[in-house]
Design a protein around this ligand. Structure first.
Ligand code: NAD
Ligand code: UFG
Length: 337
């Protein structure tokens, strides 16, 4: 089976490519390298001991995609390509809608032309907005508070409409909670541009000495210690969820919407403590104002994934921190070598 992985040079994509190749899938990576380094591909090749087919192109450009589909018989697409910075999406909404929504539309059009009608899409727990209760089930109300989140909601709805127009489509919408961690080799991992938006890379850059201290955004939430609680999931567990979905996609008779989380919530301070233990480094922090748009608590009910994908996360918070630390300490400047 040949799988096209859009965004396959990025953080989650690169880890998924490793697992796909190890499981015997043929893989074509498609990426415009807007938020990825070619070094990540070389590192993946070193892990799997094989050359990877990479096409540099943009999902918004039909000619780029047509080139891939005309030279490879693609059976299914795992669609990671997208922009993902919430704050940036507020400043540049049109860029986000063009890239994430328009790009996905063009991708589906070209897939349809080449009669490839199986797609796994990277959605996000952000589509639940501020949930009225936790753990979060797939049928909870949906909302978006920023263009990034809205782009995910839009693509989910577009894909459901595509299915309604043509029932041959096989569609899996995976809603990720908070991906962290890295491949156990420490050679691939998350490599954010500039100041990290997300907690885990900020903690690890502080531990390695690149940042002076972590700003903890508020300690007056209604949580165990007042800091925000999230469902951190190891990127390898997350990647495995895609393989389980791919394995079963032919048997799904309607679009499937599935949470990928662990079901456990950890606070910011619990994450700091776990990271200090894993790295044997201090992570200095200061409590600052809440970040606009943040919610107190977000964690998944992952039982549907267990039921329909026979998938559950197996890696705990210690392994997430240890693997992040191995990547960060071996690559203090990410893929810049
Ligand atoms: P990433 O930025 O590391 O990977 C995305 C990849 O897509 C990058 O390699 C980038 O170069 C590529 N890309 C972007 N626009 C493209 C385009 N127009 N054409 C071709 N390639 C393009 O991000 P990630 O963390 O690996 O996330 C992958 C997907 O998962 C994204 O769609 C993201 O929105 C979604 N997601 C991520 C998180 C998270 O916290 N990391 C949470 C929920 C959902
Ligand atoms: N936090 C800090 N300091 C930081 C960064 C984060 O205290 O420097 C806190 C946040 O306030 C939050 C927690 O750490 O309580 C996690 O924050 P992240 O930014 O890592 O994750 P979020 O859950 O806020 O956002 C992530 C993705 C979004 C996505 C959302 C829901 O970044 O793109 O999950 O899936 F929309």
């Amino acid at each position: 089976m040949k799988v096209l992985v859009t965004g396959g040079a990025g953080y989650i994509g690169s880890h998924t490519v490793v697992l796909l190749i190890e499981a015997g899938y043929e893989v074509v990576v498609f990426d415009n390298f807007s938020n990825a380094s070619k070094e990540s591909i070389r590192r993946v090749e070193a892990i799997v001991g094989k050359k990877i087919v990479v096409v540099e192109g943009d999902i918004r450009y039909r000619e780029d995609l047509a080139k891939v589909f005309s030279s490879h018989k693609i059976d299914a697409v795992i669609h990671f390509a997208g922009l993902k910075a919430v704050g940036e999406s507020v400043e540049q909404p049109l860029r986000y809608y063009d890239n994430n929504v328009n790009g996905s539309v063009v991708l589906c059009e070209v897939m349809s032309e080449y009669n490839c009608k199986s797609i796994i899409f990277s959605s996000s727990a952000t589509v639940y907005g501020d949930p009225h209760t936790t753990p979060i089930l797939e049928d909870f109300p949906l909302s978006a508070t920023n263009p990034y989140g809205r782009s995910k909601l839009m693509v989910e709805e577009i894909l459901r409409d595509v299915y309604l127009s043509d029932n041959e489509w096989k569609i899996v919408l995976l809603r990720y909670f908070n991906p962290v961690g890295a491949h156990a080799s420490g050679t691939i991992g998350e490599d954010p541009n500039g100041l990290p938006n997300n907690l885990m890379p900020f903690i690890s850059q502080t531990a390695v000495g690149k940042r002076e201290y972590l700003s903890v955004f508020g300690n007056d939430y209604d949580t165990v210690d007042g800091t925000g609680v999230r469902d951190y999931i190891h990127v390898i567990d997350l990647a495995q969820g895609h393989l389980n979905a791919l394995d079963r996609i032919r048997n799904f008779n309607e679009p499937m919407t599935i949470n990928l989380g662990t079901g456990n919530g950890y606070s910011v301070l619990e994450m700091v403590e776990a990271f200090e233990k894993a790295s044997a480094k201090k992570v200095p922090y200061k409590i600052v104002e809440r970040r606009v748009g943040d919610i107190a608590t977000c964690f998944a009910d992952p039982s549907y994934a267990k039921e329909v994908l026979d998938w559950e996360a197996t890696r705990g918070i210690d392994e997430m921190c240890e693997d992040t630390w191995r990547w960060q300490s071996q690559n203090p400047n990410g893929y810049i070598i």
